[in-house]
Design a protein around this ligand. Structure first.
Ligand SMILES: Nc1nc2c(ncn2[C@@H]2O[C@H](COP(=O)(O)OP(=O)(O)OP(=O)(O)O)[C@@H](O)[C@H]2O)c(=O)[nH]1
Length: 189
C-alpha cells in the first residue's frame, strides 16, 4: 500500500545522551540486524523534514540532518527545544534512540489524534502512563518549552500543558520498549 508522506511533520530523533546506564553509545548498538538509530529513524522517514538532535558529526543517516543541542547535555526537554526551533511551523514527531520498536503505524495513529486546540499527542503505555518520548508536539510550544528550561525544569512530561495534550490509549505496549541497559535488548552482544 502506498501511503502519503506527512507534509507538515518534522521527524525528530534525539540521540545526544550519555548512555551511562548502557555503557556504550546506544544509538550505534545493533539489535536484530539494525542499529537503534536506524530503528528510531526509519518509521519517521516519511516526514517532510528529518532531524537528529546530537553533536554535529556524531552520526550520519541518509535523508536526515544532524542538528546540535542549543543546551548541550541538558536532557530530552532541551533536545525538544532545539527541535522545535529547528523545525518549520507544524508538528514535531519526537522520539529517542532508546525506543527501537516504534512503527510507521504507531506514528500514523498519533497523527490521526491531532485536533484543534491540541498541542501535544502522547500514547498511554501498558500502565496507562503517557509516554512523552514518543510523542507529537506542535511548534507553537516553543516559547513554553524555553520558559520551562529557563526556570530550571528538565522533565519532558511538562512540555505541554495538561489541557492541551491528547492521550491515545490502546496501542501495543511492546511498541514502547525502552532501552536503558543491555539487559533491555535480549540477544545483543
Ligand atoms: N540531544 C540530546 N538528547 C539527549 C540528551 N539527553 C538524553 N538524550 C536522549 O534522550 C533519550 C533518553 O535519554 P536517557 O535514557 O534519559 O539518557 P541517556 O543519557 O541516553 O542515558 P543515561 O546516561 O543512561 O541516562 C535518548 O534518546 C538520549 O539519546 C541531551 O542532552 N541531548
Amino acid at each position: 500500500m502506498t501511503r502519503e508522506p506527512w507534509a507538515d511533520v518534522t521527524g525528530v530523533v534525539t540521540a545526544g545522551g550519555r548512555s551511562s546506564r548502557f555503557g556504550s553509545d546506544k544509538a550505534l548498538v545493533t539489535w536484530q540486524g539494525r542499529t537503534l538509530l536506524d530503528r528510531a529513524c526509519t518509521p519517521l522517514d516519511h516526514a517532510a523534514t528529518r532531524l537528529i538532535i546530537a553533536p554535529e558529526g556524531r552520526y550520519q543517516m541518509p535523508g536526515w540532518r544532524v542538528t546540535p543541542d542549543t543546551r548541550p547535555g541538558e536532557g530530552p526537554l532541551a533536545a525538544l527545544e532545539a527541535a522545535l526551533h529547528a523545525a518549520p511551523d507544524g508538528w514535531v514527531a519526537f522520539t529517542g534512540v532508546d525506543l527501537p520498536c516504534l512503527t510507521r503505524d504507531y506514528w500514523d495513529t498519533l497523527l490521526a489524534a491531532r485536533a484543534p486546540g491540541v498541542l501535544g499527542v502522547q500514547a498511554l503505555d501498558g500502565l496507562r502512563r503517557p509516554q512523552p518520548l514518543a510523542a507529537l508536539y506542535h511548534t507553537s510550544l516553543r516559547a513554553h518549552v524555553t520558559d520551562l528550561l529557563d526556570m530550571g525544569e528538565r522533565r519532558l512530561r511538562f512540555a505541554v500543558l495538561a489541557g492541551q495534550v491528547r492521550h491515545v490509549p490502546g496501542l501495543d505496549p511492546a511498541l514502547l520498549r525502552n532501552v536503558n541497559t543491555p539487559a533491555d535488548l535480549p540477544g545483543t552482544r
